[in-house]
Design a protein. Structure first.
Length: 666
């Protein structure tokens, strides 16, 4: 490792100060131009193409197909097909079977020629990789809704689960905030088993050929004995000719769905819960002209991101997150608080604070509301990460001269809410306190995504950074507990796992600034190991990059083509570390300056955000310390959800450059 003397580092900054200032100014200008008139920022949140495929399934099931939008969705799906005929989960990933089946079916359902080269290659990939029997349960649910897979061969849940008391296993509030509003409507669909027939040209018989009937038995994941018993009992109950409590269960589920729809029509702000809620309501007799479904379909439109020739369907929308990040970067870049862009963003942020009680109150009944949402509206599910960043923005604005009572009160409400959601372990999760029931991942339908929301080091790192900016120190009880949580969850190689960003680079990028902010001794050995890990994983071009495949293959940790966002996380972490790693920092800064576009942006096709790592439990399983157990994971991440935040490639570099400039100007 090359270590430069302080004078050399200062000399580098001095000789590049104009270039650095120019890079910052250009990005400031771009961000100001990208701000919406209402004061927020909002970039596309790109996921995999099951989003577009399931949009096709939804509108076909409901009979509300818009031919213009359908044409754009078809174009989008085709544009993302890989050379082997498949579709992947993230940029650069190998093909994923379930995603490919859904895209193939969506194209057929849209009337695309099954003998076209695109569908022939897709069919070959699907058949070569096990076809429908090996698909995810959630793929099979969509196929069952459209008469391509028997409901009887899908792992079941029963609507009567809604009667389970809050203290019992499998109660709906044991599930995470994103799984819960997805499972509730699914319980109705599992009970009713609705089917809409498709035209003959869309049937999937050709991808069943060559398989015996035995192949089409639902695959069973590993289960513990209690979960196996529960699944068996649900099967026995469902097989009975009479279900005396079914109607009562459906009514309770219906009431839950109706009371959890947000102002913008979405449920929990995400695609799965919104799509399934609309389907459940329709199955219960709500026609497409019903105001609730009309509102839901308006929410679906909000998820759609239209371009001239195609249309992406987002898994979620991120204006709350984008605005907090963008505002923080502009404030730290030195933009005056009296600037119109800052004033409008602060005003919008203040108006978006949630003062209503949400589902989080189940595990934190004595806590008052005060969080912020990831989206425009999500009163039921404010999240801790967004709240931490929003408070950092307001705190910075307050210190910079915008010292209003409104900002002070908003900070106090938000801070109190965050403290109230600290988990017993000392860490913070994204949405709930102590949502850690790992046994839920053994349910037979739980083969996709994370089903619980345990505390994570990345969210905890952001909370610590926020607490430090508010004057909290290492001696505060909440800080001490959080620092212990972070230290206890460090990986053996010195890195930290990234739950909400890819991956170990993100983990370190969240943790080190948080620790520094609260006054941790940054020269302790455990921090030195994290710094050494970062420096050791810097690319030859000076940047950092890490593939999403690192969630499935430990040999890929910290490896991948350099990206603007991941390089920025590394720089921010190294600056916070206060270690003499000048060479690494300025090589990273040089990479950012050399790759910046003239308009102040950076190009970044890679997915650096994480929705689901794919383990089911929301954290890195401890048994994966045994390298042999990694063999069951696939770098296509079939059970995961990777994200490309379009504004990450702009906001994070601005924050990194700004913190670098500030660190040199002290």
């Amino acid at each position: 490792m090359s270590i430069l003397r302080k004078s050399n580092y200062t000399s580098f900054y001095g000789s590049h100060v104009d270039q650095i200032n120019d890079a910052i100014n250009r990005t400031q200008t771009f961000l100001k131009s990208a701000q919406y008139s209402e004061g927020y920022w909002w970039g596309e949140l790109e996921c995999n193409n099951t989003m577009e495929a399931e949009y096709v399934f939804l509108v076909y099931f409901l009979g509300v197909v818009d031919s213009r939008k359908l044409s754009k969705v078809v174009h989008r799906i085709l544009s993302k097909q890989l050379t082997d005929g498949s579709w992947g989960q993230y940029h650069g990933s190998p093909g994923d079977l379930s995603t490919s089946i859904e895209c193939y079916f969506a194209l057929k359902l849209s009337g695309y020629n099954p003998n076209s080269p695109e569908l022939v290659k897709a069919r070959e990939f699907i058949l070569a990789n096990g076809s429908i029997p090996k698909a995810r349960v959630f793929t099979k649910i969509w196929l069952a809704l459209l008469n391509q897979w028997p409901w009887t061969d899908i792992p079941r849940m029963i609507p009567e689960m809604v009667f389970l008391a809050r203290g019992l296993p499998f109660n709906i509030y044991k599930f995470s905030s994103w799984a819960r509003p997805t499972i509730v409507p699914l319980l109705i669909l599992f009970g009713r088993r609705p089917v809409v027939a498709v035209p003959d040209y869309a049937n999937l018989g050709e991808i069943r050929s060559g398989y015996s009937a035995d192949c089409f038995v639902a695959q069973k994941p590993r289960q513990n004995r209690v979960v196996m018993l529960v699944n068996k009992l649900m099967g026995i109950y469902e097989a009975q000719p009479f279900h005396p409590f079914r109607k009562l269960a459906e009514n309770r589920l219906l009431d839950w769905i109706l009371t959890h729809q947000e102002k913008d029509g979405l449920w929990a702000g995400i695609q799965p819960s919104t799509f399934y809620s609309i389907l459940a309501l329709n199955t219960l007799g709500f026609d497409t002209q019903n105001p609730v479904i009309q509102k839901g379909l308006s929410g679906v439109d909000r998820l759609c991101w239209e371009y001239d020739n195609d249309m992406a369907v987002q898994g979620c929308i991120s204006p709350g997150w984008d605005t907090a990040l963008g505002l923080l970067a502009l404030l730290e870049s030195g933009l005056d608080v009296e600037t119109e862009a800052i004033y409008k963003a602060i005003t919008w942020l203040l108006s978006n604070q949630i003062t209503a009680t949400g589902d989080w109150v189940i595990n934190a009944s004595d806590v008052l509301p005060g969080g912020w949402p990831f989206e425009f509206h999500n009163d039921n599910y404010p999240d801790i990460d967004d709240t931490a960043l929003a408070i950092m923005c307001l705190s910075q604005a307050f210190k910079d001269g915008m010292a209003t009572s409104e900002i002070k009160d908003a900070i106090e409400r938000g801070f109190s809410w965050v403290l109230g959601l600290q988990s017993q372990s000392g860490g913070w999760a994204a949405f709930d306190k102590d949502n850690c029931s790992k046994y839920l991942s053994d349910l037979t339908f739980s083969d996709f995504g994370e089903i619980i929301d345990p505390p994570t080091v990345d969210v905890t790192g952001h909370v610590l950074e926020m607490m430090g900016k508010l004057g909290c120190s290492r001696e505060d009880v909440n800080v001490t507990r959080a620092c212990r949580f972070v230290q206890d969850n460090q990986e053996r190689d010195g890195s930290w796992f990234g739950r909400w960003g890819v991956n170990y680079i993100y983990g370190i990028g969240c943790v080190l600034p948080g620790l520094a902010s609260v006054g941790e001794d940054m020269h302790q050995p455990y921090i030195g190991r994290a710094v050494a890990w970062l420096v050791g994983h810097q690319n030859e071009d000076g940047g950092w990059g890490e593939t999403c495949g690192s969630y499935a293959d430990p040999s890929l940790r910290g490896l991948g083509p350099s990206t603007a966002s991941q390089t920025s996380w590394a720089i921010i972490a190294l600056i916070a570390s206060d270690h003499k790693v000048d060479d690494s920092i300025y090589r990273g800064i040089q990479y950012l300056m050399e790759t910046q576009n003239q308009d102040g942006t950076w190009d970044e096709p890679y997915f650096t955000g994480t929705g689901f790592p794919g383990y089911g439990i929301g954290s890195l399983p401890h048994d994966l310390e045994d390298d042999e157990l990694w063999s069951e994971y696939d770098i296509s991440i079939p059970s995961g959800l990777m994200i490309r935040y379009d504004l990450y490639r702009i906001i994070w570099p601005l924050l990194a450059l700004s913190r670098y400039r500030r660190s040199r100007s002290l």
